[in-house]
Unconditional design. Structure first.
Length: 318
């Protein structure tokens, strides 16, 4: 559901940004508005980013092979990180450059009503794109706030689109105010200030996006709620005396690895251990469907040994 929803949000944003970019460049060429030119570049960067997200999603579906035994799921994180770099360099830095150039050149606006009309249409289209992203995010975020969802989501597409759309709407507002004030006062400095504000906004969003995606690239574990569910499965099995240690890692947005070392009684037969491991794997996957790769190492728990330091003792089993 999250992957399909992310794809729908990406496609909606791609269509909106492609059309908006053309209109912005036409308006910028006619009026000479730096804000409009910066917004045009912003839309092109966003459209390119959405293409990258779609490519990353497609590449992530490649089957595991000898060189990549855990598959290509993290391709989606890599492409999301590239999106942050493009948003920073192409969108943010260009807008700053264009705004500063406009301050120095002090070029007058021609037919300022054209960029205002285009900006009004762009705001409507971006609102539609943001609405689609919010609807899809609501399906995936559960009880989390949108901010918490952006911070903790393991699927990068929806958070990226949400941040891009929020930045796009805010940037359009900056551009609209800048052009309007330039029209009312006859001073193009307001258009330049609006352009600089857009650049600062895009750089800020790119930094936030880069930090969050970097964390996913480095490797994040399961959420506390999912860890609790997995532990409950181990603790509920009759053959498990203790969880010596357990680690989880997202191999990709839709695949979680679980590795655990558990203590069993000395008298437990090998056939009983094998059966217990199979039962635990089935139960873990039922509790957390994304837990697709599971490794369980049985061990003997000896009271007072070094093992006890790391073990999580299950009441009634020691």
């Amino acid at each position: 559901m999250s992957t399909e929803g992310g794809t729908r949000a990406v496609v909606a944003a791609l269509l909106a940004n492609s059309g908006i970019a053309v209109a912005k460049f036409v308006a910028a060429g006619i009026s000479g508005s730096a804000s409009m030119l910066a917004e045009g570049v912003h839309s092109v960067a966003d459209a390119g980013n959405q293409v990258l997200l779609l490519v990353g999603g497609r590449r992530a579906k490649k089957a595991a092979d000898e060189e990549h035994p855990f598959g290509y799921g993290r391709e989606r994180y890599v492409f999301a990180f590239v999106v942050a770099i493009i948003l920073f360099s192409v969108g943010g830095m260009f807008s700053l450059y264009e705004g500063i150039h406009k301050l120095e050149a002090h070029e007058e606006l021609n037919l300022p009503w054209i960029p205002l009309a285009v900006l009004a249409i762009a705001i409507a289209l971006e609102s539609f794109s943001l609405r689609t992203a919010v609807i899809e995010a609501n399906k995936a975020r559960g009880k989390d706030s949108l901010f918490a969802f952006i911070r903790h989501a393991k699927q990068p597409e929806l958070p990226v689109i949400l941040l891009e759309d929020i930045a796009a709407l805010t940037g359009l507002a900056f551009a609209f105010v800048g052009v309007s004030l330039s029209l009312l006062t006859g001073d193009v400095i307001w258009d330049a200030i609006g352009t600089i504000a857009i650049g600062v906004l895009l750089i800020g969003v790119a930094v936030v996006l880069g930090i969050e995606t970097k964390s996913l690239l480095v490797g994040e574990g399961a959420t506390r709620a999912d860890v609790a569910k997995i532990r409950a499965v181990f603790e509920g099995h009759k053959n498990v005396e203790a969880i010596i240690h357990m680690k989880t890692l997202y191999l990709g947005p839709d695949e979680l690895m679980v590795a655990a070392k558990v203590a069993v009684a000395k008298t437990t037969k090998a056939t009983e251990i094998a059966k217990a491991i199979n039962e635990i794997e089935v139960s873990v996957r039922e509790a957390v469907p994304l837990a697709r790769v599971i490794y369980i190492e049985p061990d003997i728990y000896v009271a007072g040994s070094n093992t006890k330091t790391d073990a999580i003792i299950i009441p009634g089993h020691d």
